[in-house]
Ligand binder design. Structure first.
Ligand code: NAD
Length: 502
């Protein structure tokens, strides 16, 4: 446990767990390694956590394997009840989670309060309610036979989480997996491990059996790679970059484990000339600037009709310039720092690339002038006029960085929208109902928002197509992802002639 003054200053009164969570206990890493955790607002080290390596992952998998028979055969409504209790416990400690996400990840408290924490609790509650509603079916087969199909848990599931929504993504992955009866080894990002360790504490408190969930913060190339290749892990669910996703697929081939991938995105956000421009401006700003643009579904490519382009760009950039950057712990802050220094540098590099390629920076593209923000990983909200062939329109920047490109007709807009390797989130703004549905059908994306952007709910499947990955989180789809069908044949009174008559 750590009691660094930063936690107290942030209003987090209790010490934060820093050890690995294995078999129901908080334990040191086998070789005693540690990882520094930073506050991205000032880049100060706020604590050191134990670093899980391969041998720690192995013992976490052992613990999860030992817990699986009991957990998977438990009355499903009891499993659900534990998830409901966890949701209540998170809500009861909402303020602590809001502040942890601000300190560890740079999420403004106003966002975490409105979104991360309520969405996390809602997700555990939704899947808590679903645990005892996973039904099989009875296909009509040959007379004299009964065939029933039941859905069974997979076993030990490995889950790997990125740093951009550490708390919420943990819920998206763990809630359906647990409801379905799997046990878990979860590896948070080495950059944002704190809220997950706190969730582990709460799980113990509300009564999850030992070993059902094991938390192994560590680096990707050691702990993550071992989890992905582990022969006893039956499925790996990964959220992160497309490049790492490819490595996960390769590592999974040893035991042909099931793989679910939630990868990068380059969301098109199309504004037609009949759009409600005020709504489109507000929605487009939300689509890209929320969480400093560190969202896989971000609307990072505005594609706007040439007739309304100048009005849109003018008002959109005024709004971008007015966004209040500041300490994530300040309730007035609308945009915090990026989550790490390395990532800040990467985003700023794209501003240079944009100009080199002939793009024009309309606003932003640099660190803010405010000396109070000088130590933090800030980047100003950035809008760049660019062509679809430019790298900034093709590659995921993952920051407060949006390109604007104009179009003259529907065909051109659709071609632009579908011109990237990704297919995750997408948005369109129009009053024309048939055009809206036509585009929803034609866009290569797992999710389409019409006259809104970035709305998510645990009942609605979340995931992508193309190089944004495969498989879906949330909704009933998620229960299918975390179970497998078993077909059972019963001969009631079928007359089966012998095959080999002697
Ligand atoms: P990342 O791929 O670098 O890391 C993600 C996780 O994978 C981390 O926990 C990391 O430690 C681990 N990892 C790294 N190398 C590994 C390896 N060889 N084997 C196993 N695990 C390994 O991604 P990031 O920078 O943490 O997150 C940003 C990326 O995540 C962006 O591309 C973003 O679009 C994507 N993302 C996707 C979704 C989605 O739902 N599709 C959601 C959020 C973020």
């Amino acid at each position: 446990m750590t009691v660094h003054p930063a936690f107290e200053t942030a209003g987090i009164a209790r010490p934060v767990q820093t050890k690995l969570f294995i078999g129901g206990d908080f334990v040191d890493a086998i070789d005693g390694g540690t990882i520094d955790v930073y506050n991205p607002f000032n880049n100060e080290t706020i604590c050191q956590i134990a670093e899980a390596r391969e041998a720690d992952v192995d013992r976490a998998v052992e613990a999860a394997k030992a817990a699986f028979p009991t957990w998977s055969r438990m009355d499903a409504s009891d499993r659900g009840h534990l998830l409901l209790k966890l949701a209540d416990a998170i809500e009861a400690r909402a303020e602590e989670f809001i502040r942890l996400e601000a300190l560890d990840a740079g999420h403004p408290v106003r966002d975490a309060q409105k979104l991360d924490v309520p969405r996390t609790a809602r997700c555990y509650r939704y899947f808590g309610g679903m645990a005892d509603k996973v039904e099989g079916f009875l296909p009509p087969v040959y007379p004299g036979f009964i065939n029933y199909v039941q859905r069974e848990a997979l076993g030990v599931v490995g889950q790997i989480i990125p740093w951009n929504f550490a708390l919420m993504f943990t819920a998206w992955k763990m809630a359906p997996a647990l409801a379905a009866g799997n046990t878990i080894v979860i590896k948070p990002s080495e950059i944002t491990p704190l809220s997950i360790l706190r969730i582990a504490e709460l799980m113990k408190e509300v009564g999850f059996p030992d070993g059902v969930v094991n938390v192994v913060p560590g680096y990707g190339h050691t702990a993550g790679a071992r989890l992905a290749e582990h022969p006893e892990v039956k499925k790996i669910a990964f959220t992160g970059s497309t490049a790492t996703g490819r490595r996960i697929v390769q590592a999974s081939s040893g035991n042909l484990k099931k793989v679910q991938l939630e990868l990068g995105g380059k969301g098109p956000n199309i504004i037609f000339d009949d759009a409600n421009i005020a709504a489109a401006i507000g929605g487009s700003a939300w689509a890209i600037f929320h969480n400093q643009g560190q969202a896989c579904i971000a609307g990072s490519r505005v594609i706007v009709h040439e007739k309304v382009a100048e009005e849109f760009i003018d008002k959109f950039s005024k709004l971008a310039k007015s966004i209040r950057l500041g300490d994530p712990l300040d309730p007035n802050t609308e945009m915090g720092p990026l989550t790490s220094r390395l990532h800040q540098e990467r985003v700023l590099e794209y501003a240079k690339i944009a100009v080199e390629e002939g793009g024009e920076i309309i606003t932003g593209g640099k660190v803010p002038d405010d000396p109070q923000l000088a130590k933090g990983c800030f980047v100003e909200p950035t809008i760049v006029r660019a062509e679809m062939k430019h790298r900034v329109c093709q590659e995921e920047v993952f920051g407060p960085f949006v390109t604007v490109t104009t179009f003259s007709d529907e065909e051109e807009a659709l071609a632009m929208a579908n011109s990237v390797i990704y297919g995750l989130g997408s948005g369109l703004w129009t009053q024309n109902l048939s055009r809206a549905h036509r585009f929803a059908r034609e866009i290569n994306a797992g999710m389409v928002w019409i006259n809104s952007y970035k709305v998510v709910h645990p009942a609605s499947p979340f995931g992508g197509v193309g190089e944004s990955g495969y498989g879906r989180e949330m909704g009933f789809e998620a229960m299918h992802e975390y179970t497998q069908p078993k077909s059972v044949w019963v001969n009631v009174d079928a007359q089966v002639p012998p095959h080999y008559v002697r």
